[in-house]
Write a protein that binds this ligand. Sequence first.
Ligand code: ZN
Length: 203
Amino acid sequence: MAVDVHPVSPEDALQRLKDGNARFLRGESHFPTVQTAVIEDLAQGQQPYATILGCSDSRVPPELVFDAHLGELFIVRVAGNVLGPSVYGTLQYAGAHLKTPLFVVMGHEGCGAVQAALAWHFDGHRAKSRIELLLENIVPAIDAIDPNLPEDELMRAAVDANVRHTLQVLLTTPEARANHATSGIRLVGAIYDIKTGRVRFLE
Ligand SMILES: [Zn+2]
């Protein structure tokens, strides 16, 4: 369904994600099953309150880590949570038609795509051709990182830099500027810790 202004504010959307992750961490997730009535209701249209660009990694499903229901999150998942033509198109749809008040770019610790980009960029480890096309999106983000950092620190810095780089690129799109000026849509970064299940928002 197309809406002029989403009924949920960006701040409330962010709070819902934080509350959902807290329930997930406490083992109190709300999502045991889905009622037929809910499915039928959602068949009329969707009005998700957040759009999330995340990684394809099987350990980082946004609906689960934010304890979100059907119809609540509009999600793009691609290895390394990178941008690309299809991703831009999907995000633009979320902004222009769904008007989700909050956009989240979510990376995660231990990301294989980020690790592969580091190995390629700093150590010359080649990957398969289409994988390298994907890694090309990560390289500009990690270029300024000191490759001599201890391994753990290097990965953490690269994951963080990859999210911040994507945010930066998104913020400079004409759509983001216009949306920010007119409707107050918020764009935030987040990093999921695969060891604890906790999502840290970069505010
Ligand atoms: Zn990943």
